[in-house]
Design a protein around this ligand. Structure first.
Ligand code: URP
Ligand code: ZN
Length: 456
């Protein structure tokens, strides 16, 4: 099958050119013109043709102590596709004492036959002992080449510095990447206890109990430990100017540190947690939304390259799940976002926060490169998977839970006017979205084993 994406402006991380894209079978064959007869033509005049988005931070069906995130691999990847994202890297986990391979197997089973877009996995390590260290090699061999460690959530995920360091040195030997949840969980727990005892239990107190200084401190410590272990470290969901300063300081002295932020930290703020009733609870996530002053610094970090990736940390809970607790420690942590990410960052382009090529870079190319998927994913070039988005930049619309595809029953961006619609979304040459409407088949998404090493 030969498909032509005709007459669009092809935007990659490096180039913006008026050109046709020829797709043969599941791959991009050429970018240019005069390709001769084709079986199908997708008109793209007045549209951007961009690589399918790569969201390297999602939690589909994540089981947490306060509930299960409400998108599974079917609904969550339908939402992703409609938002112009054709690859996700989800966080697999394991129970205490459970072999890592068994945890991965469960996540594979949840995705297989359901996912609409291609998917890979990171593994969240909740304990680090000789067994786990040994098993990490098997995960890398299976294409899980990044391990997430937590400096927060005591009793659930947090491990101590000795364990962090042991996992880091092992990852260095395996060519794997460490992904870090960098918040200092010990002091946070003390603050939570004190706040609850003092009757400070509303959603905004969630943010006050996790101050930016404790994210900055943990980020600096993570980088120092990773430097000593000789392993690259990727700071997940970076939310504050404090953490960004730690990343810059690490880079300045030569540390191999990468960093991601999320749309919610660029566009939402602590004020959203002050919304009355359950509305405030809808915005509880960790790290928390920060005072609005942090946003400018994060946009600047994105422009300058200090922040390389925009992922979502898509971890949605329904309004009922968010409303079940009357004190902030019981509110499930996490926000939806997989469907809005590419369009929200395009708003950043329109606001002059970043250029067109940088938009593609932070939403597709850099995450693909960092997580061992490039050049198969994240770009438009001969031999790359034909994961393509025909993006209509002047299509004005209003974001709303009434029209989104995620299973979650609210939107953090309800009522926001945006410009841009992923009109046609293709994965490996197959159309998932046409005219903005979803037309995919469950199970069309494939597992992506990832290469070790590129982040170093
Ligand atoms: O609040 C969040 N981000 N929940 C998801 C789990 C995590 O910490 O990434
Ligand atoms: Zn997360």
């Amino acid at each position: 099958m030969r498909t032509l994406i005709a007459g669009g402006t092809v935007v990659t991380a490096t180039d913006t050119v008026r050109a046709d894209v020829l797709v043969v079978g599941e791959q991009v064959a050429a970018v240019g013109s005069d390709f001769g007869p084709v079986d199908r033509t997708v008109p793209a005049t007045g549209r951007y043709v961009i690589p399918g988005g790569v969201d390297v931070h999602t939690h589909m069906g994540l089981v947490t102590p306060t509930g299960v995130s409400c998108d599974d691999f079917a609904t969550g990847t339908e939402a992703a596709a409609c938002g112009g994202t054709t690859t996700i890297v989800d966080y697999a986990g394991h129970e205490y004492g459970e072999p890592l391979a068994a945890g991965l197997e469960r996540w594979m089973a949840q995705a297989e036959g359901r996912a609409h877009v291609d998917y890979g996995f990171h593994m969240m390590l909740r304990e680090v002992d000789d067994r786990v260290l040994k098993e990490m090699a098997g995960l890398v061999a299976d294409g899980v080449t990044s391990f997430k460690l937590f400096m927060a959530y005591p009793g659930i995920y947090m491990v101590d510095d000795r364990s962090l360091f042991r996992a880091m040195t092992r990852s260095a030997d395996l060519g794997a990447l460490i992904v870090m949840h960098a918040e200092n969980g010990g002091p946070i727990d003390v603050l939570v206890e004190r706040f609850v005892a003092a009757g400070r239990t509303s959603p905004v107190e969630h943010a006050h109990s996790r101050p930016a200084g404790l994210e900055g401190e943990a980020t600096a410590r993570a980088i120092t430990l990773a430097e000593l272990a000789g392993v690259p470290v990727h700071i997940a969901h970076l939310s504050s100017a404090d953490a960004l300063a730690a990343v810059r300081a690490g880079r300045d002295r030569g540390a191999t540190v990468h960093a991601e932020t999320c749309p919610q930290y660029l566009l939402l703020s602590e004020d959203d947690l002050r919304r009355p009733g359950v509305d405030g609870a809808k915005y509880v996530c960790s790290p928390p939304l920060r005072p609005a002053g942090h946003q400018e610094e994060l946009w600047r970090g994105l422009r300058l390259g200090d922040l390389e990736v925009v992922a979502t940390d898509h971890c949605p809970f329904t309004v009922a799940q968010k409303a079940a607790a009357d004190q902030f420690p019981g509110i499930p942590n996490g926000l939806p976002g997989v469907e809005e990410r590419v369009t929200l960052l395009h708003e950043g382009v329109l606001r002059g926060e970043l250029g067109l090529n940088r938009w593609v870079e932070v939403t597709a190319t850099a995450p693909a490169r960092l997580f061992g998927l490039y050049p198969r994913k994240g770009t438009i070039a001969p031999g790359s998977d034909a994961d393509l988005v025909v993006f209509a930049p002047s299509h004005e619309r209003t974001l709303s839970a009434a029209t989104h595809h995620s299973a979650v029953d609210y939107s953090c961006y309800e009522g926001l006017r945006v410009h841009g619609l992923p009109e046609v979304v293709m994965q490996r040459g197959h159309v998932l979205v046409e005219g903005g409407r979803f037309c995919g088949t469950p199970g069309a998404g494939r597992y992506l084993p990832r290469q070790p090493g590129p982040a170093a």
